[in-house]
Design a protein around this ligand. Structure first.
Ligand SMILES: Cc1ncc(COP(=O)(O)O)c(C=O)c1O
Length: 431
């Protein structure tokens, strides 16, 4: 569904100020004209355009932010939606739960999915947990994922290993050949393999996994294929059904630019019945009056995994973040982040004593660049960048990598990247 901004606000019960002052159970009032809208693309002046985009982010000028892979900033209009909706729902003392269905339509379209395949989670980890706790597995059944998996992707399975005796197997991701990752997974498959999971884009070094090929392999072996997309949603455009996976979890508060504690869990409709919801309550079922006493039916869609009172304002604000990206153009955002990461790469790889860990193949990387120097530990380099140069990157100490990760997103500028390159050069000269 393609809403324009006013239609969207009206659809959500949001009209010009005062219009809905006292009526409506969950209506949120704001003047759509007051909202900041996305700038118009100016091919003759790309830096001017991106400067306007940057102006939409109320970030402190006191430091430069290169850690969207950890937590992304939300643009002003997302924060406006969050505060307005929170305030008005508080004033009316309404949950605003009805808004979930409208937000679901918008978020589903963003992912090329059906609304009933979308569950609003609180973060990526929660979606990963739905799969790791909900698949019916026996002791000695095997799960494969990459050794670089974030704890939000690995701990749910390691916990299941502890509680139910399943067996976790890991492979080291191949940063050189995409097919190398398919081969490394294939080498671990046995008749007991039940699940294959990968990060779409790995957190420590930003390797893009070849999802359709892994999906094919998983399904040849009748394994469930789950993707942890915390680093891909919002960085690159996605059509989830086309990726071939059975389920996909992501954060809303990283590359998507949504508010803190938002996430999306997607599950292919025809696979819904294979995951047992382990946390249920009101909203997990339409059958609240229990047609058959003592039993209830799960809701037909993925909202069966939602339960209890939630923060509708943050879900509305996530839908607003999606609209913001749609207006800017998702291919354009992806290309910008990638180009900035390339710019940092080109500058940093010239510095003596730097080793780049992110793949060289442009098809295997996006808007993340991770580098390492044997001359200085990541802790020291991270601190010097932050304290002496006010550049916020992310130290990478997973699996002994001892590196620095730089995330470049739509609000970053070429000038900021140049400052980062200069700062790394200066620090290494003294190291
Ligand atoms: C691949 C991956 N999975 C999961 C997470 C955890 O995300 P969340 O805090 O939204 O659960 C992260 C966070 O960096 C991540 O990179």
């Amino acid at each position: 569904m393609n809403f324009d901004r006013k239609t969207f606000l009206r659809t959500l019960g949001i009209g010009a100020a005062g219009l809905l002052a006292t009526r409506g159970r969950g209506a949120v009032e704001t003047d759509p004209e007051e909202q900041t809208s996305a700038p118009v693309w100016t091919p003759e002046d790309p830096e001017g355009y991106w400067g306007q985009v940057r102006a939409q982010f109320p970030m402190t000028p006191r430091r430069t932010y290169f850690n969207t892979g950890g937590l992304g900033p939300a643009p002003r209009r997302v924060l406006d939606m969050l505060t307005l909706a929170s305030r008005q729902l508080q004033e009316r003392v309404e949950t605003g739960h009805d808004f979930f269905e409208q937000a679901r339509v918008i978020v589903a379209a963003y992912f090329g999915a059906r609304p009933d395949e979308i569950c609003f989670a609180r973060n990526a980890t929660e979606g990963n947990c739905v799969v790791a706790t909900g698949l019916e597995l026996q002791a000695a059944d095997e799960v494969i994922f990459e050794s670089h998996a974030h704890p939000g992707g690995s701990f749910p399975w390691l916990n299941r290993q502890r509680t139910d005796g399943i067996v976790v197997k890991t492979f080291e991701p191949d940063p050189v050949r995409a097919e190398g990752n398919v081969e490394r997974i294939a080498a671990l498959i046995t008749p007991r393999t039940r699940v294959i999971q990968v990060s779409h884009i790995t957190s420590p070094t930003g390797i893009i996994m070849p999802l359709p090929a892994i999906a094919k392999l998983a399904h040849q072996h009748r394994a469930w294929f789950h993707v942890d997309g915390a680093q891909s949603a919002g960085m690159i455009p996605l059509n989830l059904p086309a990726l071939g996976c059975d389920s996909f979890a992501t954060s809303g508060h990283k590359w998507m630019g949504g508010p803190h504690e938002t996430g999306v869990f997607w599950i292919r409709l025809e696979k819904m019945g294979e995951i047992v919801p382990r946390q249920v309550g009101a909203h997990s079922s339409e059958d609240v009056n229990l047609k058959r006493p003592g039993e209830f039916l799960y809701a037909a869609g993925a909202h069966r995994f939602e339960y209890g009172t939630r923060n509708a304002a943050s879900v509305l604000a996530l839908a607003e973040a999606v609209r913001f990206q749609n207006e800017l153009g998702r291919e354009r955002i992806a290309a910008r982040g990638h180009a900035l990461a390339d710019h940092v790469r080109a500058g940093i790889e010239k510095i003596d004593g730097i080793e780049i860990l992110t793949p060289a193949d442009p098809a295997m990387r996006g808007s993340i660049l991770t580098f390492h120097s044997p001359r200085i530990g990541q802790k020291k380099l991270f601190e010097q960048l932050l304290v002496d140069h006010r550049l916020r990157c992310r130290p990478v100490n997973e699996v002994g990598l001892d590196a620095i990760r730089v995330s470049t997103h739509l609000f970053n500028t070429v000038a900021e990247c140049d400052r980062l390159i200069g700062a790394v050069g200066e620090i290494l000269k003294k190291a």
